[in-house]
Each structure stands twice: as C-alpha cells, then as structure tokens.
Write a protein that binds this ligand. Structure first.
Ligand SMILES: [Zn+2]
Length: 232
C-alpha cells in the first residue's frame, strides 16, 4: 500500500521536496519512502515517511544482509535524518526558493560499436514568481562528435582546453512550480555518438559545463564529468 495522498503531500511540503539525507532538490524525481518497510509492519503514517532522492532511495533499499558491503541505513538513522531536515526546513522557509537545473545524458542506444547519447536538461522554477524566459550556454570538449540542431555555436577555451559552446534561449513564461525540458526543446536536440574504445578513454577526464540565466534569479553554473552525466 502506498501512503495516502495527504500523508505524501505533507511529507513533500515538510521536506521542501528535498532529499532528507543528501538535501538535494528532487523536483519530480523525489520519492516518499517507508522508514520501516510495510513487510516489517511499517505504517502508512507521516511518522513512517521520509523524502529521498532516487540515489539515496536506492541506497537505503538495496542493502543485502547476505553480502554486507558498506554501511546499512537503519530506520533509526533515517528517522533522525528526517527529523533534523524537517526542523531545518521549518526554521528556513526561504530556502526552497531557487531554480533547479537537471543536466544529464540519456543513452539512446549502446553497443560496442555505437553509443548514442542525447542531452536532457530540465529546468524547474521553484521561485514564487513566474520567470519570463531563459538562456542556456553549455560547453562541450571540442573533440566530442556533437550533432545538434538550431543552437548558436562558438569556440571557447575552458580549463585551457578547446571547447564548443552552444547557446539557446526562449522568451516562454515558466510558472512557479513548473518543470520544462529545455533540451530537447521543441525541435532542438544535442547528441553525440562514440564507440566503446573512445567512450572508455574520454568519459572520466572531460567535463561539460553550463550557465543558465533567467530574468529574476541568480545565474546557475555547473559542471560534471561525462561519466557522472550518463544514464542508461
Ligand atoms: Zn539523496
């Protein structure tokens, strides 16, 4: 049995839709998890609920007692993380007000000969006001065999290495609480294709970096290695 709707909603609001363990903003991918599993008699009440991001949710649920690698998340520990975070959220009501940008590559196909990845960038407006428009600048190592449609391209230097910068913008109004896939956006896409050999050589050393601008909020800047960005 999942949690009743009102319990789920309350847990999401009390956590500011952030993970109670790592505090990452979860947006649409946050989970309301049972601290004590239902199979062990855990109830569907707020006292047994915790918000977790996908990564922490998998970590909390996948400990195998027959192969005890790592440190298990105990119900008491999860409860303590949650209570600490709820208390923090209650005393810092202003903190959920920021923008959230999720940047990653999704594998479209993956064999030894062809790995094809498409960039997915999702923007969530967690400000109280609507944002009128946005601009994204995203930089890729110059050797990456990119295919893209309808972006402004320029060549720049980053970490003293050659990079390609792609830029895109929109004047669309994004309302408070709304999530939008800004890449791919309408007909725009950014993809790259490599084989096994190239993939293993490039994935750790090279970074993707971005800057994201909106009219009424601070610029969001970020970077990740190719390795950290891939999802299958
Ligand atoms: Zn987490």
């Amino acid at each position: 049995m999942p949690f009743p709707r009102d319990v789920r909603d309350l847990a999401l609001v009390k956590s500011h839709r952030r993970c109670c363990v790592c505090h990452e903003f979860g947006g649409r991918s946050v989970n309301v998890h049972h601290i004590n599993q239902e199979a062990d008699g855990g109830e569907n009440t707020i006292n047994n609920a915790i918000c977790l991001c996908l990564r922490c949710h998998a970590e909390a649920g996948h400990f195998n007692p027959r192969h005890p690698l790592g440190t298990k998340y105990s119900p008491n520990e999860l409860k303590a993380h949650r209570d600490q975070w709820w208390e923090h959220c209650l005393s810092h009501p202003e903190e959920p007000l920021g923008l959230f940008l999720d940047v990653r590559f999704k594998a479209l196909s993956r064999t030894a000969k062809v790995h094809r990845y498409r960039l997915v960038v999702t923007y969530t407006n967690t400000m109280r006001e609507a944002q009128d428009g946005w601009k994204l600048k995203i930089c890729f190592p110059a050797f990456l065999p990119l295919r893209y449609d309808d972006y402004d391209r320029s060549e720049i230097s980053f970490d003293r290495k050659p990079y390609v910068q792609l830029e895109s913008s929109s004047s669309d109004r994004i309302f408070s609480g709304e999530s939008v896939d800004i890449v791919p956006f309408r007909a725009h896409f950014i993809e790259y294709e490599v084989n096994d050999e190239v993939y293993h050589n490039i994935r750790e050393q090279h970074k993707i970096a971005w800057k994201f601008y909106t009219p009424n909020a601070p610029v969001i800047e970020g970077e990740k290695s190719l390795d950290e960005m891939q999802e299958f």
